[in-house]
Design a protein around this ligand. Sequence first.
Ligand code: GAR
Length: 206
Amino acid sequence: MKIPRICILASGAGTNAETIYHFFESKRTAQVVMVLSNNPDAPVLQRMQPHNVVAMPFNRLQFYESDQLITFLQEFGITHIVLAGFLWQVPPSLIQAFPGKIINIHPALLPKFGGKGMYGLKVHERVKAAGETETGITIHLVNERYDEGKIIFQAKCPVLPNDTPEQIAEKVQRLEHEHFAKEVEKWVNQSLDKPLETQTGIQIQG
Ligand code: GAR
């Protein structure tokens, strides 16, 4: 049986990248082969150092203006790409090289509070300012537009009137760590050989 081979793209702390790495380290239903970052100083690269995984940065030229990154991923036999706190917009060339095989996690209930610049604490500040009574996580396929690809999973948590953005962030991060790896597992195993149209639709929990 073919084991899905995952590349994670991350720009920040990398807590989700590490959680996904450990999940598959024990289960072996897929393998996190590499974790790449657009930021050479991102803590995620340090965080992944002790693990059995390629962890390295790449630059704009390699990502947007050449096929270098795509060739690199293909040489390593990467089958799926997971964006876990990745800030750059994915170029059409990468989407075409991995059709239906790239997913992202967003720390809110899309289609609300998404789009360019909506990242990390800023998302939770907006959720609070809007007076939302609930928020959550969205896992979705990646297309050429920020946060607009097909939603495959959402989970919710309450927002209490006195919650600070930081407290909302903690609740959302708990949901991410609870669900993201499990949803990646379902997705990679159903999408390895099947075309996109036959894959199951959205599930909502919470
Ligand atoms: C996560 O909360 C993820 O949902 C968010 O960045 C954080 C990364 O945390 N992504 C976005 O905001 C994308 N628009 P991590 O580096 O600890 O995994």
